[in-house]
Ligand binder design. Structure first.
Ligand SMILES: NC(=O)c1ccc[n+]([C@@H]2O[C@H](COP(=O)([O-])OP(=O)(O)OC[C@H]3O[C@@H](n4cnc5c(N)ncnc54)[C@H](O)[C@@H]3O)[C@@H](O)[C@H]2O)c1
Length: 377
């Protein structure tokens, strides 16, 4: 099969926010979540094939901007993402992102894509991958603490991919909970999902099989405390993902078996930042690859300390790109100039450069085209 990721076309493709939202609407969120989860699992099982590093972060009082690179032998990716919990009061999302795929052999950018919506889907897919490996398989009820931008995707991923039948919601902002209730209750694909608003985290968590925390507050919050934790529960801790930003009381981590994406990054950013450097954790890929066990017994407390790792964005970008190319739904971006003599960059200011569009590339002399894939815009 033709692999779009190693095509030699000089064209850089572009997926805008509208393109990605249309793509997901066409295929349906459930299918997209399934495809994304399969792509992330596939890449976690190739863990050793990737260059890995903790992300680079620039902090300010209100938030953080992060760059998340990774690469295998063929393809490089990075994501730009921010986290500014006070943004919503200024009319901006807390989390905004875009990303790039590039060809390792030449360094040529293949794709620039929106990743704000995509991040919510890939994060929800990753949560379910972890929960399938760690939660009790008979789990039916999930508490969802934090009902902002990410929360619908978590609720629907757990319903569609894990069979969760009831979600219990709590947010310090009751309007966020009302928004989540509305969105879930009006979703024709989630008719069998029971949705209950709660008045406190304690009420939402009581008797839940899975607890997902996905709040945003740049503070050392302790939303889940030891008195709330029942035997056998799986905690999916997603919102503590930056130094000085936590959700889980350290004693809860002591009660649990703790699983992480990439240990060096989670030690800095996760709820794990509260624990000593020798506190034992297991990387999730080892469980997925069968190198170690996840849950050992019904009463074990498991905790996935999710911070978001570059590999998940590599998988998400690759999956989006393959899907969009197969549907011939990508735009061409005139990003890298076409040069009839690649040593003559000066030609670009000597005369108007040829825009790198499908039509122009087709018209180029074959010898200069270095091009095999001309997917229509
Ligand atoms: N781990 C990952 O891979 C990953 C990926 C994406 C986002 N995140 C994190 O997830 C969190 C949520 O992101 P979002 O885009 O939904 O943000 P958002 O601002 O849209 O929503 C966050 C919600 O948390 C609520 N909240 C804050 N403190 C709370 C508390 N103590 N108890 C209950 N609710 C509380 C807020 O009222 C808000 O409604 C952020 O912290 C973000 O950094 C993590």
């Amino acid at each position: 099969m033709h692999n779009p990721l190693i095509s030699t076309s000089p064209i850089t493709h572009f997926l805008s926010a509208q393109d990605v939202s249309a793509l997901i609407k066409r295929m349906g969120l459930q299918r997209c979540l399934q495809g994304m989860a399969a792509a992330i699992t596939r890449d976690f099982l190739r863990w050793e094939a990737f260059d890995k590093s903790a992300r680079v972060a620039s902090h300010c009082k209100n938030g953080v901007i992060e760059l998340m690179p990774t690469a295998d032998a063929q393809t490089f990716s990075f994501k730009y993402v921010n986290g500014h919990p006070q943004n919503t009061s200024r009319g901006l999302p807390t989390v905004m992102a875009f990303g790039v795929l590039a060809d390792m052999a030449t360094g040529r950018p293949l794709l620039i894509s929106e990743l704000t919506l995509t991040t919510a889907i890939r994060t929800a897919a990753t949560s379910v991958i972890a929960a399938k490996a760690l939660a009790r398989p008979d789990s039916q009820v999930m508490a969802l603490i934090g009902n902002g931008a990410q929360s619908e995707f978590q609720a629907l991923a757990f319903h569609h991919l894990m069979g969760i039948e009831e979600v219990r919601l709590f947010d310090t902002d009751s309007q966020a909970t009302a928004k989540l209730m509305r969105n879930l209750q009006s979703n024709p694909h989630a008719k069998n999902l029971r949705v209950k608003a709660c008045l406190s985290t304690g009420e939402a968590v009581l008797g839940a099989d899975i607890v997902t925390t996905i709040t945003a507050d740049k503070a050392n919050a302790r939303i889940i405390t030891p008195d709330m934790v029942e035997p056998g529960v799986h905690i999916n801790a997603v919102g503590g993902d930056c130094p000085g930003k936590t959700e889980i009381h350290p004693d809860v981590l002591r009660m649990a078996s703790v699983f992480v994406e990439y240990e060096p990054q989670t030690r800095i950013e996760g709820d794990l930042q509260q624990m000593p450097a020798d506190f034992a954790v297991t990387e999730l890929w080892r469980v997925l690859a069968g190198k170690t066990t996840g849950r050992n017994h019904q009463r074990q407390i498991t905790l996935f300390d999710s911070v978001g790792f570059a590999l998940e964005d590599f998988s998400a970008l690759s999956y989006l790109y393959e899907t969009a190319l197969a549907q011939q739904q990508v735009q061409h971006l005139d990003l890298i100039p076409y040069l009839d003599d690649p040593k003559d960059l000066y030609q670009l200011i000597r005369h108007s450069p040829l825009a790198v569009t499908a039509a122009n590339v087709a018209a180029m002399p074959a010898a200069n085209r270095y091009c095999t894939d001309l997917s229509p815009a």
